[in-house]
Design a protein around this ligand. Structure first.
Ligand code: CA
Length: 229
């Protein structure tokens, strides 16, 4: 399923260019040129809105306020008003980002990508190998073969970090940085100790792990297979 973007822009030339650039990146783009059509279209469900501030009927600001009453869909405002007060107001009424006209379509595409990355809903329940390992990132609980496993906060964060990116190799230094929030070489080995504890608690076979694999000379990667849900 491609990401659905609603483009609300009354200047056809701009709309056509923006639409073409976004479609080239694989997004599915619906274009409307006024506010009431935008509000109607939004009932169909979109992943992101690109909203021009100056529209013929309802202003972009009003649309933004209306949308924010019951949705946290990412919104990028297009504005010709470059004055600081308008930018601030745009963000205050709930836009996530704004682009000042004239803008380069490439820049807008980059902003769209960045915003989607930032607002991507985080899965609260990570389940692997047909439920053999379940990590609930909301309740901070881990279940191994259905049984609750007690991890320390550091162990939990380490396991979560690895499990959120299966297949990605993390160096010990990277993990220290992510888990402890700073880089300090002396702590590299503490990662090994934490991994050892996690493996023991979730019942890993050290010689033939199902979840955390040691990458010799580098660090670790998560090799569990995410379950469909
Ligand atoms: Ca306009």
């Amino acid at each position: 399923m491609s990401t659905k973007i609603l483009l609300v822009e009354d200047e056809k030339k701009i709309a056509d260019i923006v639409k073409a650039y976004l479609e080239k990146e694989g997004y599915s783009v619906s274009h409307v040129d006024n506010g009431s059509d935008a509000l109607e279209a939004l009932k169909r469900g979109f992943d992101l809105i690109i909203l021009d501030l100056m529209l013929p009927d309802i202003s972009g600001e009003e649309i933004c306020e209306l949308v924010r009453k019951d949705s946290d869909i990412p919104i990028i405002m297009l504005t010709a008003k470059s004055e600081e007060e308008h930018r601030v107001r745009g963000l205050k009424i709930g836009a996530d980002d704004y682009v000042v006209k004239p803008f380069s379509p490439r820049e807008l595409v980059a902003r769209v990508q960045a915003l989607l990355r930032r607002t991507k809903p985080v899965k609260k329940r990570l389940s692997f190998n047909r439920g053999m390992l379940v990590i609930d990132t909301e309740s901070f609980e881990v279940f191994s073969k259905g049984a609750l496993v007690t991890l320390t906060p550091t162990e939990f964060k380490l396991l979560q970090t690895l499990a959120e990116r299966p297949g990605q190799v993390f160096s010990r230094a990277q993990l220290v940085n992510i888990i402890l929030g700073y880089n300090f070489e002396g702590y590299d080995r503490t990662i090994d100790a934490h991994v050892k504890n996690i493996r023991q608690k979730i019942g890993e076979d050290n010689r033939n792990p199902s979840f955390i694999k040691t990458i010799y000379g580098v660090g670790y990667k998560f090799i569990g297979t995410p379950d469909e849900n």
